[in-house]
Design a protein around this ligand. Sequence first.
Ligand code: AQP
Length: 330
Amino acid sequence: MASKPVVLSGIQPTGTLHIGNYFGAVKNYVALQDQYECFYSIVDYHAITVEHDPQELRRNTIAMAMDLLACGLDPKKCVLFVQSQVPEHTELAWILSAVTSYGDLQRMTQFKEKGEMQEFVSCGLFTYPVLQAADILIYKASKVPVGEDQLQHIELARRIARRFNSRFGEMFPEPEALLTEAPRVMSPADPTRKMSKSLGPKHYIALTEPEKSIREKIKTAVTDVGPRPEGEKSPGVANLFLLLKLTAPREIYEQFEADYAKGTLKYEPLKRTVAEYLIKTLEPIRARRAQLNESEVREILHEGATRARAVARKTLEEARERIGVGKLIA
Ligand code: AQP
């Protein structure tokens, strides 16, 4: 029997999960577990490419595992692990850096954006997409569930795989990005920018955010940003409609769309309804999160790393052989 296609995705332990991460990527992680062989990695080595606090990173790594399990990842159906526990990723990244174009890395918009926010721009931030390619290719993954902001990195991973294959023989599949129906959730405070933690707390809604704060952020969400072409929603209104579509029953969503089309839409009831259904959607996640036990989560991660490592080791051995740095003694 043919084995199932492999899925890999990584998420940085840089703090709490927000609804952009959830609707843009993690919801897909959960859905894919039933059909594919899934590897989900908490990518702590990516998180050290900008200034960080070691204690906080340690705490955030476990907290991220808890958030993901609360969202519905099931360790019986997927492999959940911490990237640094599978050091083969970093060795493969070095090998892949030899088939990565410097010019390609210079074109990465995330590097430019994140680099501008840093006082000290690390070399790791620049080569980050090579490690990301290794994260994917070490499992020979063909599908990568991500948000839209990651498409350029996935395209680069495809180019890296292609260059390796053409120089050393077919070995890696070219991975394909999988998007959800919400590939880019915007910031409520500035809907022209993607929801993101690094912009500050006004710009994201955490999965575990208190109800009062969710209501406040939705209530104060920016709606009008000057004149728009006829029939086109402003980015803030479009974002509220997206959240409504993701969380509310279809007839409620359609009613608001109809009001918008007639020109009778009022923002106050729209915002109130969005907040209501968002809170309802997050409620079971919050409840599962509260049930989780930290030492069980550590066990799950340990077990996950053991399973991931068995696969990663084989791929790394094969790559070493192909490039001519194999065993010295047969
Ligand atoms: N706003 C978003 N809409 C849809 N998807 C999103 N993702 C991130 N933001 C949005 C997707 O979530 C996954 C995990 O992303 P990450 O680990 O790279 O987290 P992040 O991008 O670091 O999250 P933040 O909040 O945006 O952090 P900062 O501000 O530190 O960069 C990815 O699949 C990503 O596409």
